[in-house]
Design a protein around this ligand. Structure first.
Ligand SMILES: [Zn+2]
Length: 461
């Protein structure tokens, strides 16, 4: 009898020991995480590091002077994942309001992530894997509604952003050094902001964006809530894994837009929300651009799309990066490709590499037959109009500079041969133009007229 029961018993015993160890492990780890308020800070300073692989370039007097009046905008930061307060300067992560002001930033798109599966193995990212945001949200003592539920997480981040804005306005009334944050939700907001910024006010603009249609949990009416009540103005259906709306460039199926995806992208277009192709699969990019072009034709004006944070396959061959024809598809809508600052996107963590990738992107857009087709279609065409910054600040990446160091990007652009007007467009004017066209419903000529001349009054005294 014993001989027969032996293997079964060993198996049961192993299972019991294994299960007990797992439960104890989970309890210990969770308790440690939950009760250590420092976790958020520790993870952030390790994960969102600033460490250039190459020395930063020396700043020339010309760039120093030009940068003081330069409109600087960035298409992607995940700061809302981490921060409770951005009003104070810290050395953690990449973005806070004082560092934005120090770096002469005018505008940052703050993007909301709502699910991040970890421990994916193999060539693709499986969305069913353990969601690291469970731990992160618990560890940062966010409300229980934000622990496991993607919708709760988005609502929390929207509220958090609105709190930053209200607190900064309140504090600015007492302390003139405070940098005010203003949410941009319309063309009128952008107009008022640009006026204040040009006049030299201590103010920065924030635009709310969604990264990944999993934020909708299959319910298209939530987009209504996020846009209407939350003021979300940018929507990227894709993220690291395939979701209910779209295939992902790193997803296991990487298919095109689903029926639900078509509905939500159409809804976003109808509500003048800027569409972000970041993380979308090649098939989905084709599908989305088709919807956008049809919408543009119906509206009788250009409807630009962006890729908020990316590299290009022409310099770094990875699935996450854009193919040549995808770069051109973005430009053909009048949109902007935001080049990232992290090594996975551009090959090395350096401002020089950011500049070199922007050169390579421009070169793809300068291909003669494409350039000629663009000229015929839009009248005016300059490849540089379609280049921008998409740092991925605070996106669990190491970057060569933080928000306070963007002058080094401007210098690197100068060092690779971009002219001053070109540098101004890449550093932010192009993002301004695309936002005007989208939020303000304005045509290309009006938006370009407003944005391509932006200059801040140089500081006095
Ligand atoms: Zn991303």
């Amino acid at each position: 009898m014993k001989a027969k029961r032996g293997p079964v018993w060993r198996w049961v015993r192993r299972l019991l020991i294994g299960a007990t160890a797992t439960v104890v492990g989970i309890v210990v780890v969770s308790a440690g995480i939950f009760f250590s308020g420092a976790l958020a800070g520790v993870t952030q300073s390790n994960i969102n590091d600033v460490e250039p692989d190459e020395p930063l370039p020396a700043i020339s007097p010309e760039i120093r002077a030009a940068f003081q009046t330069m409109f600087v905008a960035d298409l992607h930061a995940d700061t809302l994942l981490w921060r409770k307060v951005v009003l104070n300067r810290t050395d953690r992560g990449h973005v806070d309001l004082p560092r934005m002001a120090e770096g002469n930033m005018a505008l940052q798109v703050f993007t909301m992530v709502s699910r991040t599966p970890m421990f994916s193995r193999g060539p693709c990212l499986d969305g069913d894997r353990f969601d690291i945001l469970n731990v992160l949200n618990m560890g940062q003592r966010r409300p229980i509604s934000a622990w496991f539920d993607p919708v709760g997480r988005v609502r929390f981040q929207i509220d958090l952003f609105h709190t930053w804005e209200a607190d900064s306005v309140e504090r600015a009334e007492e302390d003139l050094e405070t940098v005010r944050l203003e949410q941009i939700t319309s063309g009128a907001d952008l107009d008022a902001f640009v006026d204040a910024w040009e006049a030299g006010d201590r103010v920065v603009a924030g635009v709310l964006g969604i990264e990944g249609a999993n934020a909708l949990a299959g319910d298209a009416t939530l987009l209504d809530e996020y846009v209407g009540e939350g003021g979300v103005r940018m929507f990227g259906p894709g993220y690291l894994f395939d979701n209910l709306a779209t295939g992902s460039s790193t997803g296991c199926t990487a298919g095109g837009l689903t029926e639900f995806g078509v509905d939500v992208v159409q809804e976003a277009l109808d509500r003048d929300v800027l569409i972000d192709l970041a993380h979308a699969s090649p098939a989905a990019i084709v599908d989305i651009v088709e919807l956008v072009e049809a919408h543009a034709e119906a509206e009788g004006r250009q409807i630009p799309v962006v890729v908020s944070h990316t590299g290009i396959q022409a310099t770094v061959d990875s699935r996450r990066n854009l193919r040549d024809e995808e770069v051109r598809a973005v430009a053909s809508t009048g949109g902007v490709v935001g080049i990232g600052f992290w090594s996975g996107a551009i090959g090395r963590t350096s401002v020089q590499r950011v500049a070199e990738t922007l050169v390579a992107t421009r070169d793809l857009l300068s291909e003669p037959s494409f350039a000629e087709a663009m000229r015929q279609r839009h009248g005016r065409y300059d490849p540089v109009d379609h280049l921008g910054l998409g740092s991925d600040f605070d996106g669990a990446v190491t970057t060569p500079v933080d928000a306070s160091g963007l002058i080094y990007i401007a210098q690197a652009l100068s060092d690779v041969g971009f002219t001053e007007p070109e540098i101004r467009r890449i550093m932010g004017q192009n993002v301004c133009r695309v936002l005007y066209q989208t939020l303000g419903g304005s045509d290309l000529a009006t938006a370009a007229g407003r944005c391509h001349t932006l200059q801040r009054s140089p500081p006095t005294g």
